[in-house]
Structures are given as C-alpha cells and as structure tokens.
Design a protein around this ligand. Structure first.
Ligand SMILES: CCCCCCC/C=C/C(=O)SCCNC(=O)CCNC(=O)[C@H](O)C(C)(C)COP(=O)(O)OP(=O)(O)OC[C@H]1O[C@@H](n2cnc3c(N)ncnc32)[C@H](O)[C@@H]1OP(=O)(O)O
Length: 386
C-alpha cells in the first residue's frame, strides 16, 4: 500500500515541488512591496521544500507548483491540456489562475508559503489537514417540495452534474428527510443538458492523512450509506432522466421504482475503461432487469444504451420526446402524487422486501471497489465516455 501511495504522490509531485501561485485565501502576496524575496531566497525555498518532514498535501503542492511556474516562467503560456490529461490539466488550471501576477511577487509568495510550511512541520498545526476539512455547504443540490412531490435536483450543470463527495452526503440527507416529509413521491433529476456524469473524478485526487487505504475505506463507507438510502427508501422513487447518464447515476437506476427518460438520454457504465467495477447493486439489479448477457455488455464492456434501448431492456419505464419531456412527465407525476400515499408505501414495501436479502451484494461491491483500487494502482486517468 505504501508503494501505491508513493506512486500516487510521485505522479502529483513530478515537476511540482517548486512554483508560486497567488492564493488570496492563504494571504499571499499580490502587489509589489519594497522588500521582495531575492533569487537566492527563492532558490533556498526550492531546496527547503524537498526537506519538508511532512507531506503538505496535494492542494498545497499544487499551489507550490503554480507559484514556481509563475516565478520562473511568468504567466501561463502553454496550451491547456485536454480533459483526459487530468493531472496536467489540474496543474495548468492552478498556474493559469495566477493570471498576470509578476514573477517577483510569485517568488515572494513561494518563499512565504515555504516558510510557513517549514514552521508548521516543526510544530503540530492546530488546523485539520485540508483534505480532512468539511466541505462548505454548496448549492450543487437543490431540494424542493410541491404538489406532493419532493424533487432532489443535481445542480452542477457546468460539470455535467458530476457527484462530489459533498453531494453524496447531501443526497443521503435529502433522501432521509424526504422519507419523513409530507410528500407522496420523491424525484431525482438533473439541471441543464445532463442528468449526471457520475462520480466526480476529482473526488479521489486529495489523499487524506491516512493515505490511499483510508481514502478507499471512507469512499466505500460513503458509497454504502448512499446506496443503502436508495435501497431503504420507503416511498415511490422516480428518476426523471433529463439527459445523458453515466456511471453511478446509471447503476442506481435499478433501485428506483420508475425511470422516465428524454429521448436525448443515454446510459453509460464505463467501469472497465476506468479500471473500476460496477456498484449500486447493479451486479444484482441489471441481470434481473435485462438478463445476464445484456447486463454484461453494459457492465463489462461499457456498452452505451440509447434511451430507446434502455427502455426496451426494462431499465427505463418510458421515453418521451425531448420537446415535451418536462411537461408530460411532471403532469403525470402530479396525477400520481394524488394517489393514497400509504397504499403506495405499503405496495412498495411488498414489492421490494423480497429483494432486501440480496443486500450482501452491496458489501461485496464495497470490497470490490477497494480491491480494484489496489489492483489498478488507483488510476486517475479517466476515459472520455463518448
Ligand atoms: C466518494 C464516494 C465514491 C463513490 C464511487 C462510486 C463509483 C462511481 C463510479 C462512476 O460514476 S464511473 C463514471 C465516472 N464518470 C465518467 O467517467 C465521465 C467523465 N466525463 C466525460 O466522459 C465527459 O465529460 C462527458 C460526461 C461525456 C461530457 O463530455 P462533454 O464533451 O459534453 O463535456 P466536457 O467538456 O467533457 O465536460 C464539461 C465539464 O464537466 C467536467 N466533467 C464532466 N464529467 C465529470 C466527472 N465525472 N467528474 C469531474 N468533472 C467532470 C469536465 O471536466 C468539464 O470541466 P471543465 O473542463 O469545463 O472545467
């Protein structure tokens, strides 16, 4: 495991330990005061970074990288790497974010940052490591209740509604609240042109203090809580699939009671491409819904289904023309929400209870994730899914 963590760290660190970036949150230097660090101070700081006793974490290393580049080469002057080149794109973004910060100010900021890091590595910091800090509340999830329907909307359209760690937590909380509220039906949908692009692939780029193993363990625990909420949800749960769906947003569809899709939607589970294995109980629900060979084509080979294909295979309940999708679906859901809520709950319980014993599958899936992460060296490279 240490080897894996080391490989992970090396990938981040390659060419990274040395560079200033302007980060207002760190109180870094922007202007040009009288006493700026000399080239010698800067060279010393570059050497000092390599001697730090504690790994400062990827976030700080990224700041160092960007400041170093700015100090030595000036404003970012190289083409933006493609989105598949994930690590270099992240580094490029950090450097580019420094804008026109002068070389001298970047040099000073780099020296200041290294001096703070050296001081804190000698005395324990009162602050929790950045990777362990709780994420700020975000508006990436919007929950509304109207006409007997609670709607949980993924609201990160610029990132195709990719699920951040915070969003997993927020969805769990929203489902728990919806299971107890006055609504008869609960809906999951997305904002913008995508339903969801699956797990946010940057969720795994910040290594916690406990290293790779700890990251795998906490991801598996969060995933288990997340999927359990869908398994246990007591009311009718409807997916309003407003556009393409990828990864975990597809696998959990087998735990919904009804899935309505626009004819623009597609359903893609590129797990093998990513060196991962399927989750969300799909190893159980998909073969049951569509038969084992169709399930294998999706889950092993990553075959992307059109909305019509997904409907023909039973994953989707009904497909609507995109132009009338929202109008037709919401009109229908409003009508359904007038049905007696208790009757719907009890009927759902009768239908689903038979399945709950299969839950051991879920634990197995969590174990598989950890095994896959280890086996794959926890690869960060991701494949464009189209
Ligand atoms: C903590 C608990 C962990 C539980 C783990 C559960 C295991 C789950 C597994 C999965 O879900 S596997 C599936 C993961 N998803 C993907 O592989 C999709 C990756 N994205 C793409 O292939 C493409 O972005 C797209 C979805 C096909 C869209 O392509 P398009 O060309 O239309 O748009 P882009 O320019 O590529 O994207 C716009 C913008 O959005 C960002 N983005 C898209 N998807 C993700 C993602 N999954 N994670 C993070 N960011 C994503 C993309 O980087 C672009 O950002 P900018 O470059 O504009 O900043």
């Amino acid at each position: 495991m240490a080897g894996l963590a080391g490989r992970f760290a090396r990938r981040w660190c390659s060419g990274l330990l040395g560079s200033p970036l302007q980060v207002p949150a760190l109180g870094l230097h922007v202007g040009g005061p009288a006493m700026l660090a000399s080239q010698k101070d800067f060279n010393n700081a570059v050497s000092q970074v390599k001697l730090l006793k504690e790994d400062p974490g990827n976030e700080v290393k990224l700041k160092l990288y960007a400041l170093y580049k700015q100090a030595t080469e000036g404003p970012c002057n190289v083409p933006k790497p493609g989105m598949l080149d994930f690590i270099n794109k992240t580094k490029w973004d950090a450097w580019n974010a420094l804008g026109s910060l002068s070389k001298e100010a970047a040099r000073q900021n780099y020296v200041d940052l290294v001096s703070r890091l050296s001081a804190s590595s000698e005395s324990p910091s009162p602050e929790a490591p950045a990777a362990d800090r709780k994420q700020p509340e975000s508006d990436s999830l919007v929950v509304t209740s109207e006409d007997g329907i609670t709607t949980i909307r993924l609201n990160r359209p610029a990132k195709k509604n990719a699920l951040t760690t915070q969003m997993y937590h927020d969805i769990i909380a929203a489902l728990q609240a919806a299971s107890k509220d006055e609504s008869a039906i609960t809906v999951l949908t997305g904002s913008g042109d995508y339903y969801c692009s699956g797990n946010d692939l940057t969720n795994f780029t910040h290594l916690p203090a406990g290293g790779l193993e700890e990251m795998a363990r906490s991801a598996a625990a969060l995933l288990r809580d997340f999927v359990n909420c869908f398994i246990d949800f007591p009311k009718p749960l409807v997916a309003v699939v407003n556009g393409p769906a990828v990864g975990i947003s597809v696998t959990i569809l087998g735990l919904f009671d009804v899935v309505y899709a626009t004819d623009r939607a597609s359903f893609h589970t590129p797990f093998s491409h990513l060196g991962q294995s399927p989750e969300g109980c799909s190893s159980y629900t998909f073969p049951k819904i569509m038969g084992s060979s169709k399930a294998a084509e999706m889950l092993l080979f990553g075959k992307k289904l059109t909305a019509q294909e997904a409907c023909a295979q039973g994953l989707v309940t009904e497909v609507f023309p995109d132009g009338t999708f929202q109008k037709e679906v919401w009109a229908r859901l409003k009508a359904y929400s007038k049905l007696p809520p208790n009757a719907m709950r009890i009927s759902k319980q009768i239908i689903r209870n038979r399945e709950k014993e299969k839950r051991s599958d879920l634990t197995f899936v969590c174990q598989k994730i950890m095994m896959a992460m280890k086996a794959e060296g926890f690869r960060l490279n991701w494949t464009k899914t189209e």
